[in-house]
Design a protein. Structure first.
Length: 386
């Protein structure tokens, strides 16, 4: 176990599949440009599904850019990090690629094989090596000017995305696009049992440093909230954070997978602020999902997928303006019954629609369907599926 998670299956040779294949199994390889230590989306769309997919006859092996402990070590040193990801990774991947895909019935490229901003040289090579390729991405990176997304899509036989807006974009470049929203491990994010409100009120936010900017949307509401009730907001992330505002009572705690679960258990309300922009509308809003799976009452911006997950007043609260944020937080703070009903309804919604088992079943069907849908590049015979 690492940080409360199962060890990832590492893939460094084509023989990785030989020990797990059965008569009816399907071997699926996921190539990634990062480590699940650095990339929450790789953990969500890859590593956490390894065991659930086995129940549906799929042997998923996630080939991370580097072993997780090495990724953790180099991530702390910017110069070394750049050397690894921009210098050593392309060389390593080029040497590995042919051996990695040997024995795989389906190959998934998660964002890219080397670096998402690099020219897709290895994706072009993979196109010649294999004829069942899925491109998986979960953010509207094209809205931020990151290049080559259209070419990566065109090099794949199918795309797997988690937001309807990404479906519309991907269909312009890829012949088949599957909308399969990300799963939540509802066993890991266990149900909250105690809804007694803390004194002071305990608010929380957990995310990556790249999302810290979204917290600025809470600055004005939190300033005024402190004049109404005592509270503390806990921000969890890998890098230190503070609002640096004497009117806001905050604390930062370093991110850990086990610590995140405990934070949700001990908090009263989870917060999910987002600006209403094209990039944010195309996000999967996974933070909202894990709050809800934990049975934690949530207040979120009415942006993108949040409006699908949250039924206002039933599975959480939606807030667009500072006054709406304050009112929603106060409503939850004033009623144990409302917090409990909202939290339990939210968890049930996640269990019913987004559990890892349900999503794994859909993915397994998708992977197997490529056997009949994909004929491969001209002049090549389709691979024989197990």
């Amino acid at each position: 176990m690492i940080d409360g998670r199962p060890r990832n299956l590492q893939a460094f040779d084509g023989i990785i599949f030989s020990n797990v294949r059965t008569a009816s199994s399907l071997n699926v390889l996921m190539l990634a440009d990062s480590s699940s230590y650095n990339s929450p989306s790789l953990w969500v769309n890859g590593t956490q599904l390894v065991l659930p997919l086995r129940d549906y006859g799929c042997n998923l092996v996630v080939s991370e850019a580097f072993p997780r402990r090495l990724a953790r070590a180099v991530s702390a040193v910017p110069g070394v990090r750049r050397l690894f990801w921009k210098g050593l990774l392309p060389v390593q991947r080029a040497r590995q690629l042919e051996r990695l895909v040997r024995g795989a019935d389906v190959v998934i490229v998660h964002k890219s094989i080397t670096h998402i901003q690099d020219e897709p040289l290895l994706e072009r090579r993979l196109r010649k090596l294999h004829n069942r390729i899925i491109f998986n991405f979960d953010d509207a990176t094209h809205e931020r000017g990151i290049p080559y997304l259209d070419e990566r899509l065109s090099l794949a036989d199918a795309a797997w995305v988690g937001n309807p807006l990404l479906v519309d974009f991907a269909r312009n470049h890829c012949p088949r696009v599957e909308l399969i929203e990300s799963a939540v491990d509802c066993d890991r994010y266990r149900a909250k049992s105690d809804y007694a409100v803390g004194k002071p009120l305990r608010l929380c936010w957990s995310g990556t440093p790249s999302s810290y900017g979204y917290l600025d949307l809470l600055r004005e509401p939190l300033r005024h909230l402190g004049k109404r009730i005592p509270y503390q907001i806990t921000v969890m992330g890998r890098n230190r954070f503070s609002f640096q505002d004497p009117e806001i009572t905050d604390r930062w705690v370093p991110f850990s997978h086990a610590g995140e679960v405990e934070l949700f258990q001990s908090s009263d309300i989870g917060l999910m602020p987002l600006p209403d922009g094209p990039y944010e509308r195309a996000k999967e809003n996974y933070k909202t999902k894990i709050y809800m799976a934990s049975g934690l009452p949530v207040v979120a911006s009415p942006v993108g997928m949040n409006t699908k997950f949250i039924a206002h007043g039933e599975r959480g609260m939606l807030a667009a303006t500072p006054d709406e944020w304050i009112e929603a937080i106060l409503q939850f703070a004033d009623s144990t019954t409302l917090r409990q009903q909202s939290g339990r309804a939210a968890r049930q919604f996640m269990l019913t629609h987004y559990s890892t088992s349900l999503v794994a079943e859909r993915l397994a069907q998708f992977f197997r369907s490529l056997g009949s849908d994909v004929s491969g590049p001209e002049g090549r015979e389709p691979m024989v599926m197990a």
